[in-house]
Design a protein around this ligand. Sequence first.
Ligand code: PEP
Ligand code: MN
Length: 351
Amino acid sequence: MEIEKLVLPGIEASERPIIIAGPCSAESREQVLNTAQELAKNGVKIFRAGIWKPRTKPGGFEGVGTVGLPWLKEVKQKTGMLVATEVATAAHVFEAVKAGIDILWIGARTAANPFAMQELADSLKGTDIPVLVKNPVNPDLELWIGALQRLVNAGITNVGVILRGFSTYDQKLYRNLPLWHIPIELRRRYPNITMFCDPSHIGGKRELVAPISQQAMDLKFDGLMVESHCNPDEALSDAKQQITPQVLDFTIKMLVLRENKQTTENISVLRKQIDEIDEQLLTILAKRNRVSREIGMYKKENNMPVLQTGRYNEILEKRAQMGEAMNLDKEFVFAIMKSIHEESVRIQLAL
Ligand code: PEP
Ligand code: MN
């Protein structure tokens, strides 16, 4: 399977980070339009809102359903933003495509289910709508790739992925563990794949959105999908992790986009220094061994024992002190001096 870079109308290929933002759920026409207008004012070009919500337990807010689709259409008309929503069944696909939704995403629970993925792939046949696949809830890279394969096999090739983190039993720092090595391996296998990071569902808390977004940028993610609500505290789902459009704007402006070129240039200067230092270290060690060999000759001619415990202890103690004064760890200096001294003893014994 080959995966090319995601193409989105009106979004430059070079744009980074591509921002997708909007509420966890579309709740009312007013909430959708207020949030969208604020986001658009700040330059966000892609609006997200969940219409059908997969909730862990029944009885919660499960989304407004198809009545919310015209609100997204209105967002499109009034702001010019692209609009995106989550689909989990063939019926959702049918409704979303009919309503002119621009981008679809597949949620973490759905991506973990091959039957559901196949049903979605089949229902999408013949469309050219961009589809983003969130990671499955369980940390199974092959399952994630399998989900993409089902779409690609059905001719849906304009695809990308969203890292939203992986479920754990005890949620300590993160709501869902990012396990960054998984998307890194995905990128290694599919170098052109467009990867979004969803810091909202990874962190589960407002204050984690910024640091996780920065980490995603440092790991060369192409974009971010962030939950943003005009009144987060009142949100009907995921209230704790949603941020206002203003906070989102600030968060994006604070991101540091480290240029690849600059980083490798800086690092190569430092690496050159390390290379030179290592050469000096080896030259000095070779010199020390030559002197040690001469001492060995002297000891042999004068019938002295090779190992003199007093001298050995003196060397270890004094060097450790010297090292400490230079801010070197005492244990580290001990280990090195022991190893150097051992080599000295070996050289002298060989004589
Ligand atoms: C969401 O994006 O609101 C959502 C339900 O996401 P996930 O599938 O990652 O839980
Ligand atoms: Mn959510």
